[in-house]
Design a protein around this ligand. Structure first.
Ligand code: PEP
Length: 253
């Protein structure tokens, strides 16, 4: 079975004290994970070390950065490198979140370079893709997400792409309370898997976890996660609420 993942994206929220309390609360209430289930906490950069300390090697629970830079080190004031993440035990990073694409103009090539440097340094990329409302309304979402994969991850070898987690996040559903229906999410995630199968092969496509993100909450997680091509969620708002996120973890297949 593919790895099923409940990934929390705290974005730029919470104080350290609030974050520590939330993390401890979730860990104390979360069910025991089986071997194909994982929890990933993408916490703000200043809290990464504290989160690693709290998780303290708990099996199948990981800490993620929300962003990295595409260089290993150097004169890049304010940026975070994969080497820094490695040095404190952070194992994942989000790459290409729509907020980074939109507010910080992160584009295909830059994102491809981030994916490369993450993989070269054993950091798992959680690579986000997804269309804005206008594209969905025009019905061209399949071509839109295909281009995002083609330009930023399809240069990878078969072995490399198997290490990437993909998160499909329709921009019109992020932080809006508007969730894609489970059928809409399933359809496009099936399309993403088919693109991977076409570019690589079926076996590769069947190994890659594809998460859904966009207003996932306790009330819709079961239905979304029960879809065959949805392998868990990347969760923003609801990951800031202890009981909500615990229930989302419970909904993992
Ligand atoms: C996200 O941050 O990736 C996200 C999906 O946010 P929300 O769950 O709040 O829509």
């Amino acid at each position: 079975m593919r790895t099923q993942i409940a990934a929390a994206n705290w974005k730029m929220n919470l104080t350290l004290q609030q974050g520590e309390a939330l993390l401890k609360g979730i860990l104390s209430k979360a069910k025991t994970l089986n071997e194909h289930q994982q929890i990933v906490f993408a916490v703000p950069a200043p809290y990464l070390q504290a989160a690693v300390n709290i998780i303290n090697g708990t099996k199948n629970v990981f800490v993620s950065a929300q962003n990295i830079y595409n260089k290993k080190s150097g004169a890049y004031t304010g940026e975070i490198s994969v080497e820094m993440l490695n040095s404190i035990g952070v194992t994942h990073t989000i790459i290409g979140h729509s907020e980074r694409r939109e507010y910080f103009n992160e584009h295909y090539k830059f994102l491809a370079e981030k994916v490369d440097i993450a993989l070269e340094n054993n950091i798992t990329p959680v690579f986000c893709c997804g269309e804005p409302l206008g594209i969905r309304e025009a019905g061209t979402q399949n071509a839109f997400v295909a281009k995002q994969l083609e330009e930023s991850v399809f240069h990878l070898s078969k072995n490399e792409i198997k290490k990437v987690v993909i998160a499909y996040e329709p921009i019109w559903a992020i932080g809006t309370g508007k969730t894609a229906t489970s059928q809409q999410a399933q359809d496009i995630q099936h399309h993403l898997r088919s693109l991977i199968a076409k570019h690589y092969d079926e076996e590769t496509a069947n190994e890659i976890s594809i998460l859904y993100g966009g207003s996932v909450k306790a009330a819709n997680a079961n239905e979304l996660f029960s879809q065959p091509d949805i392998d868990g969620g990347l969760v923003g708002g609801a990951s800031l609420m202890e009981d909500e996120f615990v229930k989302i973890i419970e909904a993992l297949k």
